[in-house]
Design a protein around this ligand. Structure first.
Ligand code: PBG
Length: 336
């Protein structure tokens, strides 16, 4: 009796389609392009200024003149938008964060100049008070040191309006106050700024992956042992993210975001499946730092891992990713 005649071959051979590059490419479900990338940048006062961020190798804080040149390259690489974060000098920080809505503040000036130089590049601004408060929290504190929701929203409105008036294409509230999206939408409508988009950081978790960012914008020192758990979400929660997203959409958000990224891809998938709206994810500073540490030690292959990490956001359902790797990834995509 032949052994072969009794042996059953596998009924499915999934390896057949993996056999050659042509069939692997044909069956690929998700792809990454430069149009999926949003590049977060840190802007400094001054001219010709470039400062490295120690915990984010390869990321620099740039003065506006240098930022424009870098943004021009990003635009040429097909990156649709940049997200602007200011490094605010200590002397402009205060309890009530008045600098946040200064019409000629660093962000407002940067937006005007960037839109003039590169009208086709989308400019996203961060609406939150942490770069401007002397204590580093995202809002206005009450007598007990608690971030007061409605007083904070009042200030966020002024900040969002000043960004939109400067020409920001998208305002992105990252503060997690209740009701802020609806209030911002109402003010924008009243001021006839009907096309200013709102990208809501809807499900923003109280994460310890933000450490390097707080170094980059210089809020870490003021914040001390950071605790934003009275407004940012508990990493143990998933349903609550859907609730937050649904509220922000009802209040007038055009795009929603989940943040951080890689440890929260299940949330991205749930949001996309349940709400089917433009959904973004932020591969945050700590995720960037972890990758860079591994790359610098030759523990991981740099280019391959960057592209894999970003493609996985697409598979999870994200329409786009905010990532400090944006330019590097776009360059790789242009040559691959
Ligand atoms: C501030 C803000 C933070 C980030 C974006 N906007 C930090 C925080 O909430 O403490 C984090 C981005 C990153 O870690 O890359 N509202």
């Amino acid at each position: 009796m032949s052994f072969m005649t009794t042996r059953q071959f596998p009924t499915s051979r999934l390896r057949r389609m993996r056999r050659d590059d042509f069939s692997r490419r044909l069956m690929r479900e998700h792809t990454l392009t430069s149009a999926d990338l949003i590049w977060p940048v840190f802007v400094l006062e001054g001219e010709g200024q470039r400062e490295a961020v120690a915990s984010m190798p390869g990321v620099d804080r740039l003065s506006l003149d240098l930022l424009i040149e870098e943004a021009r390259e990003a635009f040429a690489l097909g990156i649709p938008a940049i997200a602007l974060f200011p490094v605010v000098s200590k002397k402009l920080k205060s309890e009530l964060a008045e600098e946040a809505y200064n019409a000629s503040g660093l962000v407002q000036r940067s937006v005007r100049t960037l839109k003039e130089a590169l009208p086709g590049l989308g400019i996203i601004t961060d609406v939150a008070l942490d770069p401007y408060t002397s204590h580093g929290q995202d809002g206005i504190l009450d007598e007990a040191g608690y971030v007061h929701n409605d007083r904070t929203v009042e200030t966020l409105l002024k900040q969002a309006l000043s960004h939109a008036e400067a020409g920001a294409d998208v305002v992105a509230p990252s503060d997690m106050m209740d009701g802020r999206v609806g209030s911002i939408r109402q003010v924008l409508e009243q001021e006839q700024l009907v096309n200013t988009r709102i990208m809501a950081y809807s499900a923003k978790y109280a994460s310890h992956y933000y450490g390097p960012f707080r170094d980059a914008v210089g809020s870490a020192g003021n914040l001390g042992r950071a605790d934003k758990t009275t407004y940012q979400m508990d990493p143990g929660n998933g349903d609550e993210a859907l609730h937050e997203v649904a509220l922000d959409l009802a209040e007038g958000a055009d795009m929603v975001m989940i943040k951080p990224g890689m440890p929260y891809l299940d949330v991205v998938r749930r949001v996309k499946d349940e709400l089917r709206v433009p959904t973004f994810a932020y591969q945050v500073s700590g995720e960037y730092a972890m990758h860079m540490a591994a790359f610098e030690n030759d523990w991981l292959e740099t280019d391959e891992v960057i592209l894999e990490s970003l493609l996985c956001f697409k598979r999870a359902g994200a329409d786009g990713v905010l990532t400090y790797f944006a330019k590097r990834a776009a360059r790789l995509l242009a040559t691959s």
